[in-house]
Design a protein around this ligand. Structure first.
Ligand code: PMP
Length: 364
């Protein structure tokens, strides 16, 4: 007997890149550096304390974590926020799902600009929100006039803007984000603008964070994650900064106690090590810039990147290049527009292995 599955889910497969056991894994934009011994020791000690209280439900509102996140954002971006302006969940994936649960839904539309993060349409599908994608330019930037016209035409309830964007690495200037916010302010009934800064810490010098706009725009929400810069993808901690009223709306849709006591302890311990972890971000940025320059010097086209990955191409048969690299123990991602490939920035040794394999496979 067929499963009584929702019609829109019939025949679909779960999202996810292959998790293959190869020596050089550069396919899901992870941080290649595992937590240091000092970070591991601090996490273990705090988890032991949390473990002793696991008979009780955790702090539902994770107030201590919200305070720590506010302190971190002040140090990282110079933007002062109150704990009531912060939210957290199991990865920024869940943060954004909460946003669509609260502000999307049947009869409403979520809009983004493609190519962009392929989970966005899944949040929309799972919340019965109509999904629409406008277009980015051929260099993957977003034309403010195109954005304005698209928003006016579509009247979305939620706009999702990844900056830096995945898979292209493109960061949006604040002027473009402000143009989107201005267009969103004209939407009847209101429209929440989510700037997804999952890769925010990797932005190049001089590129500001949308956090700076929070004071001016009450319907702006800036999403961040500990999965990338903090190297904590396995802990599943994402967070959001927005007006307290907007955060309060997310409390309605979250499951009770969604953020476990263990997760809260891990996140707080890692946040205490933010300065040391950010030093690694600096070396990953340098490695990225070197990788981009190297690919360009070999005649490839590379999208400007403010993230911990680079999108490069174009190849007549990108799949064959991807497979050739995999055959040499280097796993990257076939994603984005036709003919392009994305490589996450790894350690010096991993990047050297990637370059050596690519020289062979693409005959560079
Ligand atoms: N946003 C973007 C643009 C991403 O690329 C990712 C992860 N690949 C996420 C959000 C989600 O990350 P997490 O749930 O680990 O915070």
């Amino acid at each position: 007997m067929p499963l009584p599955l929702r019609r829109e889910l019939a025949g679909l497969t779960p999202y996810g890149a292959p998790q293959l056991d190869v020596s050089v894994r550069l396919n899901v934009n992870e941080n290649p550096y595992p937590p240091s011994a000092a970070v591991v020791a601090d996490i273990a000690a705090d988890v032991a304390v949390a473990a002793a209280g696991l008979n009780r439900y955790p702090d539902r509102d994770f107030l201590a974590l919200r305070e720590d996140l506010a302190a971190y954002l002040l140090a990282e971006s110079g933007v002062a926020l109150a704990p009531a302006q912060l939210w957290a969940a199991n990865g920024s994936n869940e943060v954004m799902l909460h946003l669509l649960q609260a502000f999307g839904g049947p009869g409403r539309t979520a809009l983004s600009f493609a190519p962009t993060y392929s989970m966005y349409p899944e949040y929309a599908r799972d919340t019965a929100t109509t999904w629409l994608a406008g277009r980015r330019e051929t260099d993957f930037t977003l034309d403010p006039d195109v954005a304005h016209a698209t928003i006016a035409e579509v009247s979305p309830s939620v706009v999702l803007l990844a900056s830096p964007n995945n898979p292209t690495g493109t960061a949006l200037p604040l002027a473009t984000i402000e143009a989107v916010l201005a267009a969103a302010a004209e939407v009847t009934g209101g429209c929440v603008v989510v700037v997804d800064e999952a890769y925010g810490e990797f932005r190049r010098a001089g590129v500001p964070s949308a956090l700076e706009l929070l004071d001016t725009y009450p319907l702006l929400a800036v999403s961040r994650t500990m999965s990338k810069a903090f190297g904590l993808a396995g802990a599943r901690v994402g967070y959001l900064a927005a007006a307290p009223e907007l955060i309060d709306a997310l409390r309605i849709v979250r499951l009770p106690y969604h953020l476990s006591g263990v997760t809260q302890a891990v996140a707080r311990a890692a946040l205490r090590h933010a300065p040391e972890l950010m030093a690694q971000v600096g070396s990953l940025r340098a490695e990225r810039d070197e990788c981009v320059a190297w690919l360009r010097a070999r005649g490839l086209t590379v999208a400007d990147s403010d993230a911990n990955f680079a999108l490069f191409g174009t190849f007549d048969d990108a799949r064959a290049i991807w497979q050739g690299l995999l055959d040499r123990g280097v796993l990257i991602r076939e994603v984005g527009p036709y003919g392009w490939l994305r490589v996450s920035i790894g350690t010096r040794e991993e990047m050297a292995a990637f370059r050596a394999a690519l020289v062979e496979v693409a005959a560079l």
